[in-house]
Design a protein around this ligand. Sequence first.
Ligand SMILES: Cc1cc2nc3c(=O)[nH]c(=O)nc-3n(C[C@H](O)[C@H](O)[C@H](O)COP(=O)(O)O)c2cc1C
Ligand code: SF4
Ligand code: SF4
Length: 435
Amino acid sequence: MSMEIYYFSGTGNSLAVARDIAEKTKGTLISIPAVMDKQSIKTDADNIGIVFPSYMAHLYGIPLIVERFIKKMEDIGSKYIFAVCTCGGLENFNGLPTLKNLGKIIKSKGGKLSAEYSIKLPMNNLDYSHIPFPIDQNQETMFKNCKNKIEVICQCITNRKKSKYKIVKSLLNWLMTPMYLMLHKVYLTELKEKSKETKDTKLKYYELMPLTDKSINADEKCNGCATCVNVCPVQNIKMIENKPVWQHHCEMCLACVEWCPIKAFINFYPEATIVNIGCGLDTTFDRIDNGKITWIDLDLPDVISLRKKYIHETSRRHFISKSIFDKSWFAEIKNREHVMFMIAGVLYFFNENDIKSLFSDFHSTFPGVEIIFDYCSNKGIGIATKRIGNINPTVSALVSITSSLKRLTIGISFVSGIRFCSSFAACNELPVPEK
Ligand SMILES: Cc1cc2nc3c(=O)[nH]c(=O)nc-3n(C[C@H](O)[C@H](O)[C@H](O)COP(=O)(O)O)c2cc1C
Ligand code: SF4
Ligand code: SF4
């Protein structure tokens, strides 16, 4: 029996779940945005899975693109359809209303939602201060539970089992209706604020959602890296004069906010320390400062004395005149919990063993440190050498730096890589959607 798993994912949770289910069931993984240009969607597969995040569960729950996708599906009456919604809050409390609404949409197309599941994963809705109780975000437990749940889901769907407790779920949904109605108001107010509409606007949920990007505009801190453009699943962002401009057909998935490279870290840890290693005359701090972070610019003494001519130290921006390998600078970083190292245009000049030992020292001194660095393949070095001459004979040692960092058994994990010279679709882990 053939299986197709359709998914929509903003920040990557639902992609990870869909990918895992597809692998385990030998199903075909299909990105929903990638098929949306079709007039109608027909499939020969006997089993269809839909994996997506829950948005504003008690108001509606279904991302607009998922609804549009289902409405394009044809001849689904005889198919076994299952759905998995990922959510950041309580699994059942958020999954129940979301999946109920999904079932209705599928029914309106003549199909039946035979099995439904929800999985709790990290909350990507950065601002959830309106939720009146604490949200447990222990990632280790979450990922373990998610893995176990996926095992159970795969066993059920390969046997085309129907959801258990259908009647209990309906009853619970019915009982919870007053609570859902109370939350409607909260969510609608949030939507109106985010879409910059007035409180008395007559615009509905599906009209407000696309406008919510009005509250995500980039400011003067943006460095024009275009990561947001590339992660947006619905091509809602254009680069105009090196700045992203949002086009107001947003799905509110927040991928552009979460994956904005420096903003994301600062959003989570507003009082973090960021060390800009090999800073030269870089001015990133001026663009991303949130008024709370501590910023350290580190470079060799002659570079720092040149820097001092143009850029000044402040109470939150300090200079250190030392080599990256002179470990005495570690003691000058007081914050040991939320630290990020930016290392740009530096590692090319050292060999693989030096870099490995440096990363190992970083890890033992600053457990949990996040490191952003650039590196270059042999091919890249070849191109650079052709264009600008032999930049340094030792750079070829970096060829295997990422794979050797991956192999380090010191607890560093390699989260994602983005290729400079090719399209973002080729990158490793960033949840870049197929478009
Ligand atoms: C606009 C928005 C609204 C959300 N609303 C809810 C919600 O009502 N309940 C909930 O449990 N999670 C909510 N979340 C969290 C996401 O459902 C959750 O983090 C999901 O796993 C993200 O999936 P993704 O990484 O595939 O985009 C919301 C996220 C966003 C961006
Ligand atoms: S603009 Fe941002 S929030 Fe809106 S759909 Fe694109 S990535 Fe998601
Ligand atoms: S990802 Fe952030 S820094 Fe990069 S272009 Fe977008 S808004 Fe600017």
